[in-house]
Write a protein of this length. Sequence first.
Length: 361
Amino acid sequence: MWICFNFQPMKKLKIAQLVPFEETVPPTKYGGTELVAANLCDGLVGQGHDVTLYSVGGSRTKAKLVKIFPQSLRATTGTDLKARESLKFMGVGKVLAYILQNRFDVIHNHIGWRLLPFLEVLPAPVVTTLHGPLDIAYQQMVYGAYKRANFVSISNNQRKPLKLNYAATVYNGIQVEKFTYQEKKDDYLAFLGRMSPEKGPVQAIQVAKKTGRKLIMAAKVDAVDIKFFNTEVRPHIDGKQIVFLGEVDHAGKNKLLARASGLLALIQWEEPFGLFMAEANACGTPVIAMARGAAPEVIAHKKTGYLVHTIEEAVKMVGRLDKIKPKDCRQRAVARFSVAAMVGGYVRVYRKLIQNWRKRK
């Protein structure tokens, strides 16, 4: 007796990806949202989906690229904050015009609340990935006004300040294969990210000085953080124990993380995800992180790093970094934070939203 199963292949999707206009996709240096979007677009195309990316000139993607502006807003000179905000609204208008002229199965919004007022006129289901914290008053006001919209959180902790219609939590994915796995480490600690108070650069310097370890810092200094950097960080930079590289590209980041004995992520805020922690683990480098925000979801305590509550605890854990096995760090990064894992999570969300959309029509 023969039993025949008629398996129907899953339909490939036509997907619009909307990203911020501040940076290229991927960014040349710092830019977490743009890097995640780049990995997602290329991963979706790799699975055969038809992806259109609405971004800026200079972007590099396997998707179809529609240039909303000829260059990133960051590269656009002669603009102040008001001018940049005006350009962002102009950009949203251009994106809407393009989308209304095309047919998509799903629209993936990475530009936050600016798209939400137009949900009712868009011809396809929309999912918004929340890339920032939700404990800021204006964000609670604008997102709270659209509680029936479809949202994806990038960590479970990110959801706590605001109840919304969460379709899923999908962790950010990195191209693990592009990070050098290295078991032998040099005797320095690393700091990576933005040079802002909430990222914990001052606390990283304190730990370095208390332990006598060298600290190499690579970070972007935004205009709003220049005063903080000049008063709280720069005085400690001596080029010997405390070294500042400035903002680095992927090659610089990879070199810094792969050789470090540990990454200090002594965050002073509710970090929504923390791509830099997953990137360090991909290099086989353990992370010492404050046990807040998404850190407990990214770092496995005593397995891929240490979760601490005070500077004193962080100082103590520096002496235990060699207890962490680099292979455990790499394996966790592959299993939980790969591009494939992220793409799979989003495709499941897309199909669920499309199914619900068709039921309502």
